[in-house]
Every structure is written in structure tokens, then in C-alpha cells.
Design a protein around this ligand. Structure first.
Ligand code: GLV
Ligand code: MN
Length: 240
């Protein structure tokens, strides 16, 4: 589905110079100060199209291509629809024993407006892709090699989980906190697929203990019902 509007309008920049910037979700907007009444006006359906054809019919389109126009498609090539960035494993030589390579619209501009994205997750034995959530997408986790414990927590506080073997798939509903963990003794790999070109990610520990500027110790200590010392320890691990 197309995204819900997030502002009153976004009049697409007309043909001239309308190179879509890679990270932009959709076509670039004209600056609001340059938007005029004519941007909301389209005369292209005023006259009948010719029905003098063997079907005896005509459809004239008033979609965004006609009104007010897309950037020229003439510069688009096959490689715009191709992405090799997930071909190799990322390094899992880090304290989490994990690597997530993103295949979202920022990495793969051809996804723009298509509503999908893909990541590659590699886990060393005992490695974890730490607790996180995606504000804009559900996630399919498809295990390719090894074993993967996948779990999420619902808004009712219920924990749902499964150990995936090769070729098995789990789904994580949009916005819910989840992780992947490798309980085996060989490395594990999964591809994760999202119904957003830019799912967004909130990683729990750095969001809470590594925020910039800091969330006050008093807020965190009271929220977690622990001493400020424990909060300071956690902050020392997640402050950049
Ligand atoms: C895994 O949870 C991912 O977000 O790729
Ligand atoms: Mn995820």
C-alpha cells in the first residue's frame, strides 16, 4: 500500500532537475513556499482522447506521472534494481557476536516508494542481534543456515519465540521488541524482509542508556526500580 501522508502535501518537483535523492521516501517535494494554486490544478482531462482505435476506447491518466510529473525515467538502468550489498557476511567479531547489513532505501535507492526492504543477519555461535524494534514495519525472519532463536514481546507482555532451522520463517509484528540469538555451535544466517522501504530501528539498550544528551539517571533509576549506580554502569556500556 502507499504510505499515509505525513504532511498536508508534497508537490513533486517538476521534470527539470528532479533527481530523487536516494534516502527520500517518494519523490522530492517542492519547497512549500514555491507551491502555487496551479500545482493543485490539472487540465489534462479536459478534452476527450481519441477513441478512433480498434477498441473504440480511450483512457487518459491523471496520476502523478501526468500531474504534476515524475523525474525523467530515461536515466534508469537495470543496475538501479540490483543490490549486491548483502552478498557477503558482515563481521561478527564484536561484543554481540552479530552483524546486520541493511538493504533499505538508504543502501538500495531502487526500493524508493516500493514499500519493501531486506537485511542480512549473521550470528556467531552464542551471538545476539540485540533487542530492538522497527516503528514502521513488520519483519519476516527467514533462516538460511544454522539455528536461530527468534523472540518478540506483545503489548500484553507475552513472549513468543521459536528456534528456527534452515529454511524456516518467523514473523515479528510491526513495532514489537524482538531479537535473534544463535543457540548453536556453528554460525547462523537469516534474511529479514520488511514491508517498509525504511523500517527504522530503535535498539533498546543504546536508546535508553546511550541517548544523546543523556536521559537523566533519576528517570532511568526510577523507571527500572534500581540504584543510580546500576544506571551509570549501563550508561558506561552504551554511551558513544
Ligand atoms: C532483525 O531483526 C533485523 O532487524 O534485521
Ligand atoms: Mn528486526
Amino acid at each position: 500500500a502507499d504510505p499515509e501522508p505525513i504532511q498536508d502535501f508534497c508537490v513533486a518537483v517538476p521534470h527539470a532537475g528532479a533527481e530523487a535523492s536516494p534516502a527520500y521516501p517518494g519523490f522530492p517535494c517542492k519547497p512549500a513556499s514555491t507551491v502555487v494554486s496551479d500545482d493543485f490544478f490539472f487540465a489534462g482531462l479536459a478534452g476527450a482522447g481519441s477513441t478512433d482505435n480498434r477498441f473504440g476506447f480511450n483512457v487518459t491518466a491523471g496520476n502523478v506521472e501526468a500531474f504534476p510529473g515524475l523525474p525523467p525515467a530515461s536515466t534508469v538502468v537495470s543496475d538501479d534494481f540490483f543490490f549486491a550489498g548483502l552478498a557477503g557476511a558482515g563481521s561478527t567479531d564484536n561484543p554481540f557476536g552479530s552483524s546486520v547489513k541493511p538493504g533499505n532505501v538508504e543502501a538500495f535507492p531502487g526500493l524508493n516508494t516500493l514499500g519493501v526492504a531486506i537485511n542480512r543477519v549473521d550470528l556467531a555461535p552464542g551471538g545476539v542481534n540485540p533487542l530492538h524494534s522497527h516503528p514502521r514495519a513488520a519483519e519476516l525472519v527467514h533462516a538460511i543456515t544454522g539455528q536461530m532463536l527468534v523472540g518478540f514481546v506483545s503489548t500484553a507482555g507475552k513472549y513468543y519465540s521459536k528456534v528456527l532451522g534452515e529454511g524456516e520463517t518467523f514473523v515479528i509484528p510491526r513495532g514489537l521488541m524482538h531479537f535473534q540469538y544463535n543457540p548453536g555451535n556453528v554460525s547462523a544466517r537469516a534474511m529479514t524482509v520488511f514491508n517498509s522501504q525504511l523500517p527504522g530501528v530503535v535498539v533498546a539498550a543504546p536508546a535508553l542508556f546511550g541517548a544523546d544528551p543523556d536521559i537523566p539517571d533519576a528517570v532511568l533509576a526510577k523507571s527500572f526500580q534500581v540504584d543510580a549506580e546500576i544506571i551509570k554502569l549501563l550508561k558506561s556500556k552504551f554511551k558513544k
